[in-house]
Design a protein around this ligand. Structure first.
Ligand SMILES: Cc1cc2nc3c(=O)[nH]c(=O)nc-3n(C[C@H](O)[C@H](O)[C@H](O)COP(=O)(O)OP(=O)(O)OC[C@H]3O[C@@H](n4cnc5c(N)ncnc54)[C@H](O)[C@@H]3O)c2cc1C
Length: 505
């Protein structure tokens, strides 16, 4: 019997496994694919954009360097930490294929930024992410069993069993991280609600006889969109067919050529198609992320089109949010209702991403009304406020959980505070505990914080830039649970600590 059985060793299952392993839980991950390597996960088909919020999650667990190395990413912006002002964002993003100009981001309007190597996103691949996470999972004693196809689930009194053929894997909890076509979601009877597709999308690796006929980058056309990346032979195309294409079969060369010609308005010729697959903008989400002892995270809980590259980031956010809450529940010190805050906090974030994807599909539709809205959006994105808004949405900067407390940092991802001695918040977060940063004169919270020793780490001293705070309580997932001014209220801190970390030890 393991504490937690995770179904699916994709990026979300592995991230969650690392979080649980870090907290001392026994974790078994079962994965149907016998081998981790696949051309669908490697560059260029497996190319994925990680947002600043996801990069920060890797950074906090000491995996940023490995991630950058595995991703082949060079010098990361913000690598020079000996500065007071964070560098301006230079990453580019898009809305429905309309590119942002990073020079137009209003840096002063971005909330609570401090210098950190994790202020920007990274272009990586599923393979790189999974390699880094698999290595960390092994170091933490997580067991990963491959070639196990889960096809049944049984919930008992205080345990859940995942069934695969004749084999059974029992855990006190089971988390389905088994992707968009989740078996766990179906077997456990989760409601999966949402909207049907407007388009079928295709990604392909192909030898194109006359590739110069396709313009590089995102190209919105009167019938859809196509993307030609700098990666040789990688092309993506969206066809507004109402999702009519039969996705049970891989698309043929003739079909892909017909779609690409029609959408691009060229007579381009696909000589060979090496690999191709299809996706849609079907947007659905389970109504809850928990049914008894079964939970869902990542694509198993929500699906939407890849427009704007958000699914992986959403899933990593789920894993960070769920990991410490499930671990506290397993260890027995979780306050009442802690695990239910997983759905309460993450469901609205997922719903926002689904709407972001729907909004993009709506403005790309090949009809005069959608194209009229496209013109308006293009004008708005051309403004400073418009660019800043889209940047905040796509970088994860705008995420704020609805937690108790007036202080504007509460519910947000904590900036990387630095003490005068050089210690940074992220240095204190590697072991996955909560952290209280006490910047107040006289270290006012020292006595109170030690009551939660083992669950909350206490660190005191003057900060290089305290952003107007005297004390900040940071949850293990990096979210600010409580913050106060330069004269922090000890009783308020104790209430917040008890609320998130249970009765003092
Ligand atoms: C073309 C494209 C581009 C994208 N670009 C981006 C991007 O730039 N940024 C971004 O954030 N997101 C992007 N996404 C979305 C992102 O890839 C997914 O959201 C992410 O991979 C989901 O991770 P996951 O771990 O939840 O699921 P998956 O990666 O699907 O992993 C699920 C795992 O579960 C296993 N499994 C399934 N069923 C079973 C079973 N019954 N038993 C055992 N194991 C099982 C599978 O083999 C798999 O390994 C893109 C998606 C596509 C299609």
């Amino acid at each position: 019997m393991h504490d937690v059985v995770i179904v699916g060793a994709g990026p979300v299952g592995l991230f969650l496994a690392c979080e649980l392993g870090l907290a001392g839980c026994s974790v078994l991950v079962v994965e149907r694919e016998p081998e981790p390597r696949s051309p669908w996960r490697a560059y260029p088909l497996g190319m994925r954009g990680l947002s600043a919020a996801s990069v920060e999650a890797f950074h906090r667990r000491g995996m940023l360097h490995s991630l950058l190395t595995a991703s082949g990413a060079g010098d990361h912006p913000g690598a020079n930490l000996d500065v007071d002002e964070p560098p301006a964002p230079r990453g580019v993003s898009h809305f429905a294929g309309m590119m942002l100009d990073p020079a137009k981001i209003d840096v002063a309007a971005l909330p609570f930024r401090l210098p950190s190597p994790a202020l920007e996103g990274v272009m990586t691949s599923l393979e790189a992410v999974q390699t880094v996470l698999s290595e960390r999972a092994a170091e933490l004693g997580v067991e990963v069993r491959r070639g196990v196809m889960v096809s049944g689930i049984a919930q008992g009194d205080g345990f859940v069993v995942a069934q695969a053929g004749e084999d059974e894997y029992a855990g006190r909890w089971l988390v389905g991280c088994d992707g968009g076509r989740s078996t766990v979601r179906r077997l456990a009877g989760f409601d999966f609600a949402g909207t049907e597709p407007q388009f079928t999308g295709y990604v392909m690796l192909a030898t194109i006889t006359d590739a110069e006929k396709l313009r590089p980058g995102f190209n919105l056309t009167p019938t859809g969109m196509y993307l030609r990346t700098p990666a040789e032979e990688y092309v993506s195309v969206l066809d507004f067919d109402g999702g009519a294409f039969d996705r049970s079969q891989p698309p043929t060369r003739d079909h892909l050529q017909e779609v690409l010609r029609r959408v691009s308005g060229t007579d381009v010729t696909l000589r060979d198609v090496h690999l191709a697959s299809s996706f849609t903008d079907r947007a659905k989400q389970t109504t809850t992320y928990r049914q008894g002892r079964v939970l869902l995270a990542g694509d198993a809980a929500h699906i939407h089109s890849p427009l704007g590259g958000q699914g992986l980031n959403l899933g990593i956010g789920d894993a960070m949010n769920l990991g410490w809450k499930l671990a506290a529940t397993v260890c027995g010190y979780a306050p009442d209702g802690l695990l239910d805050t997983y759905t309460r906090e993450r469901h609205p974030i997922g719903a926002r991403v689904l709407d972001w994807a729907r909004a993009q599909a709506a403005v790309m539709r090949p009809d005069p009304y959608a194209q009229a809205i496209q013109g308006v959006i293009r004008d708005l994105i051309g403004t400073r406020d418009g660019t800043t808004y889209v940047f905040e949405r796509t970088s994860g900067t705008s995420i704020r959980y609805d937690l108790d407390g007036e202080q504007p940092l509460i519910g947000r991802n904590a900036p990387d505070f630095r003490f005068e001695d050089g210690t940074r918040l992220r240095d204190l977060m590697r072991d996955g505990r909560g952290v209280v940063l006490d910047f107040s004169a006289g270290e006012r919270l020292r006595g109170a914080a030690t009551r939660w020793e083992g669950r909350i780490r206490y660190a005191a001293g003057p900060a290089r830039n305290d952003l107007g705070c005297g004390a900040v309580l940071v949850r293990p997932d990096g979210i600010v649970a409580w913050a106060d001014d330069h004269d922090p209220d000890r009783a308020a801190f104790e209430r917040a600590a008890g609320h998130w970390f249970g009765d003092p030890a």
